[in-house]
Design a binder for this molecule. Structure first.
Ligand SMILES: Nc1ncnc2c1ncn2[C@@H]1O[C@H](COP(=O)(O)OP(=O)(O)OP(=O)(O)O)[C@@H](O)[C@H]1O
Ligand SMILES: CC(C)(CO)[C@@H](O)C(=O)[O-]
Ligand code: BAL
Length: 302
C-alpha cells in the first residue's frame, strides 16, 4: 500500500533472490478499510517510494521489472468499491478465518484483502507472492485462499522487520509522535514475555503463557496512570491471543508438535494534552492508532 519502509524492501529483496523478475504493486485498497478507518489519511509518499525502489533496483541488478500502481477504476471495473456490510460488488470471503482476531474489530478488512489479492494475482499471474509476517492473519488467509481456489502461486512469508527497540515497522507508525511511539513498544514486550514463558520457561498452557503478556500491559497501564495528562499515554488492549497456526482458533494448551501463534493488537488513544514543542506524529496525535504484532511459537524438536 506504499509509504514504503524497510519491511516492504525485505519482501522485494527475497523476491529478487528467488525469481528473475519482480513485480511490485502499490495500491491503497479502499475495500479493506472500514467506513470509519483511515483510508483518507493513509500516508502517501509516492515520489519517495519511487526513489527507494530505484535505489533498491540498482542493488538488485534491475530485477524489479514493474511497479504496478493501478487506479481504482482498473481494480474495481464494474461497481465502485464498497466497504459497507453486506455491501455490493464481487467479493472473496474466507470464513471463519476472516472474522477472528483482526476481523472482530475490522469486519470488512479481510474481505477487502482477499478480494484485492485475488484481483492482483489474476492480473499478474505471479509464480510466487511475498507477504510479511507482521500481518500474520493475512498470510494465513491468503494461503487458505490460494489452496481453496486452486490458485497457481506459492505464498512466501518474510520475517517482520523491526526498529532498533523491536517495534514492528509499519506505515502507520508515522501517526505516532515521540510519546506514543515510546509506549507503543509495550505490545512487543508483552509478546516477548509470553514467548519466553513458552521457550525458556517450558510453559504450555494458555493461562501460564498469556498471563506474562497481560502482566506487561497491565503494569505499563498502571505506570502511565500515575502520570499527568501532559505526560501519559493511554492505550487499550484489543486482544492478546494464543492460537492455532492454521485455523487461528484459540488454544488452551500448545501442542508442541504444532506450535502456536502469539499475537496481539493495541489501540493507542489520542493524547489528552500536548506539551509545548512536543514531537508529534502525523495528525498531531489526535487520532487512535491500532498497532499489531505477533511471534510464532515454533514446534519443539524432541
Ligand atoms: N515490518 C514489516 N516486516 C515485514 N513485512 C512487512 C512489515 N510491514 C509490512 N509488511 C508487509 O508488507 C506488505 C505490504 O504491507 P502494507 O503496505 O500494508 O504496509 P504496512 O506497513 O503493514 O502498513 P499498515 O500500517 O497499513 O499495516 C504486507 O505483506 C505486509 O505484511
Ligand atoms: C495485502 C495488501 C497489499 C492488500 O491490499 C495489504 O493488506 C497489505 O499491504 O498488507
Ligand atoms: N498491512 C495491513 C494493511 C491494513 O492494515 O489495512
Amino acid at each position: 500500500m506504499g509509504a514504503l519502509h524497510a519491511g516492504h524492501l525485505s519482501l522485494i529483496r527475497l523476491a529478487a533472490q528467488e525469481n528473475d523478475q519482480v513485480f511490485v504493486s502499490i495500491y491503497v485498497n479502499p475495500t479493506q478499510f472500514g467506513l470509519n478507518e483511515d483510508l483518507d489519511s493513509y500516508p502517501k509518499t509516492w515520489s519517495q517510494d519511487i526513489t527507494m525502489l530505484e535505489e533498491l533496483n540498482g542493488e538488485l541488478k534491475g530485477r524489479i521489472n514493474t511497479i504496478f500502481a493501478p487506479t481504482t477504476k482498473t481494480m474495481y471495473p464494474t461497481l465502485p468499491p464498497d466497504s459497507s456490510l453486506p455491501g455490493t460488488g464481487s467479493f472473496v470471503t474466507i470464513t471463519p478465518l476472516a472474522s477472528l482476531l483482526e476481523g472482530k474489530t475490522r469486519p470488512v478488512f479481510f474481505r477487502g484483502v482477499a478480494t484485492v489479492c485475488m484481483k492482483l494475482f489474476n492480473i499478474c499471474t505471479p509464480e510466487r507472492v511475498y507477504f510479511g509476517q507482521k500481518d500474520v492473519q493475512q498470510t494465513i488467509i491468503i494461503k487458505r485462499m490460494v489452496k481453496d481456489f486452486h490458485l497457481n502461486t506459492e505464498v512466501r512469508v518474510v520475517g517482520t522487520e523491526r526498529e532498533n527497540d523491536g517495534l514492528a515497522m509499519s506505515s502507520r507508525n508515522v501517526y505516532l509522535g515521540e510519546r506514543r511511539r515510546r509506549v507503543g513498544i509495550v505490545l512487543y514486550h508483552a509478546l516477548k514475555a509470553a514467548e519466553e514463558a513458552y521457550v525458556t520457561g517450558g510453559k504450555r498452557t494458555r493461562d501460564e503463557i498469556l498471563a506474562q503478556a497481560w502482566e506487561v500491559t497491565n503494569n505499563t497501564l498502571m505506570q502511565q496512570d500515575l502520570l499527568s495528562e501532559h505526560e501519559r499515554v493511554r492505550f487499550e488492549v484489543d486482544y492478546l491471543s494464543l492460537s492455532d497456526p492454521e485455523t487461528l482458533e484459540e488454544v488452551q494448551e500448545v501442542d508442541e508438535k504444532v506450535g502456536a501463534v502469539l499475537s496481539g493488537a493495541i489501540k493507542m488513544l489520542p493524547l489528552e494534552a500536548v506539551q509545548e514543542a512536543e514531537a508529534l506524529g502525523m495528525g498531531g496525535d489526535q487520532g487512535s492508532v491500532r498497532l499489531i504484532d505477533n511471534i510464532i511459537l515454533r514446534p519443539v524438536e524432541r
